[in-house]
Design a protein around this ligand. Structure first.
Ligand SMILES: *Cc1c(COP(=O)(O)O)cnc(C)c1O
Length: 387
């Protein structure tokens, strides 16, 4: 781990991990090679336990280009290590597999990303892992769901679609006292707006496909944790699962990281403006927006998060499928599609039911991109007239 002074995130993004200018190149070169060769037998056979930095052997395990991005993301998250993966799901499933074995029990937030829930609830049952899903807003509910065989608490705060928060500090302290690992999907916040490790969370996960990639042109994932936990992953999961991120994608992430602090403020501002517009709209029943003054978990938000990002969801008063369809097909700037974190605004209609809701409802999730917020609002206004 290279030592770095107490740089702020903006400076980390520009310089950390790039102290060496290879042939004077101001941008780190792309090490596209699969293997690394050695001068002699002793160097070649001196395999040591994983640590960031040289020597590199084979790009399925470590690669210098990936490592520049990994060093920056680890520093931004305040963890000793970071490893990049071929997708957010591969980072998520790796943290879960590293924290479970046959007979383990997992406690997970019910409003987490769908495939995360699928992996824990369905896939892992064939290895004898059981699970309990919780709303997660009350830490006591999380504690009560734990059993003697619970080995992992999986959080997503704010969670997907309806943006529920969990009390990271309280849950981490409880888990530590019981020897239970904690993991969080931190994709919503990016490493710039929330650092769960500072509250004691063990594994911090990101989808690189969203803010870290930032241009809707790559799929990637990141896993941040202590050196000790990473050494275990590098020994047990990394060699056999073969899901390290290829260097070109890491090189693209590097360029995104440099300006992410500017972009995240822009999409935050756009989402705030759009949310304010929606909150007063007669066709809207409810807005789910972490940045709102009326956000129900405002106090916890202000404790844990430094900002909110470009996502929000609304519950329209029009609940007929065809009306939702007409509205979401009518937007021109908000394009109909999943994902977020890129330059372009997106709109996703979905039927949703939280366990504490009486019935399933139609929701519409928006990602506000880099278009002018007034144009985004005008786009929604004309689309509402179609509903
Ligand atoms: C998109 C997403 C994922 C999955 O990431 P991939 O890179 O598509 O595998 C996981 N969690 C959240 C919150 C997401 O939005």
């Amino acid at each position: 781990m290279p030592d770095h002074p107490a740089w702020r995130p903006e400076t980390i993004a520009q310089h950390l991990g790039e102290e060496e200018y290879i042939l004077g190149a101001v941008v780190p070169p792309l090490f596209q090679n699969s293997t690394f060769v050695f001068e002699n037998w002793d160097q070649f056979t001196s395999a040591t336990e994983y640590r960031p930095g040289p020597p590199y052997h084979y790009s399925r395990m470590t690669n210098p280009t990936c490592e520049v991005a990994e060093v920056k993301i680890a520093a931004l998250e305040g963890t000793e290590c970071c490893k990049l993966f071929v997708s957010g799901m591969s980072a998520i499933t790796t943290a879960i597999m590293a924290s479970t074995q046959a007979g383990s029990h997992v406690v997970c937030v019910e409003s987490c990303y769908g495939p995360t829930r699928q992996f824990i609830e369905s896939y892992l049952t064939k290895y004898g892992v059981t699970s309990t899903f919780v709303i997660g807003e009350d830490p006591q509910e999380v504690f009560d769901a734990c059993r003697p065989e619970t080995s992992l608490i999986f959080l997503e705060s704010p969670s997907s679609i309806i943006f529920r928060l969990q009390d990271l500090e309280a849950i981490a302290a409880f888990a530590r006292s019981r020897g239970i690992a904690t993991a969080i999907d931190n994709t919503y916040s990016s490493p710039l707006y929330q650092n769960p490790a500072s509250f004691g969370i063990d594994y911090v996960l990101h989808t690189g496909s969203k803010y870290l990639g930032g241009h809707s042109d790559l799929i990637a994932g990141a896993l941040c944790c202590s050196l000790e936990r990473m050494q275990s992953i590098m020994k047990n999961e990394m060699p056999v699962l073969g899901h390290a991120l290829p260097p070109f994608q890491a090189w693209l992430i590097l360029r995104t990281l440099r300006t992410l602090h500017i972009k995240i403020k822009a999409v935050e501002k756009a989402a705030n403006q759009v949310a304010t517009y929606l909150a007063q709209h007669p066709k809207i029943e409810k807005v789910f927006h972490v940045g709102a003054d009326a956000f129900p978990q405002k106090e916890l938000r202000d404790k844990q998060m430094r900002g909110t990002t470009g996502l929000l969801t609304f519950m329209p008063r029009f609940q007929e499928r065809d009306a939702v369809r007409r509205m979401t097909e009518a937007t021109r700037l908000f394009r109909l599609g999943v994902s977020w974190g890129g330059h372009e605004s997106l709109i996703v209609p979905l039927e949703y039911k939280a366990s504490d809701w009486a019935e399933q409802r139609w929701l519409v999730r928006l990602y506000c991109g880099l278009e002018h917020p007034d144009d985004l609002i005008a786009d929604l206004e004309q689309a509402f007239s179609m509903a």
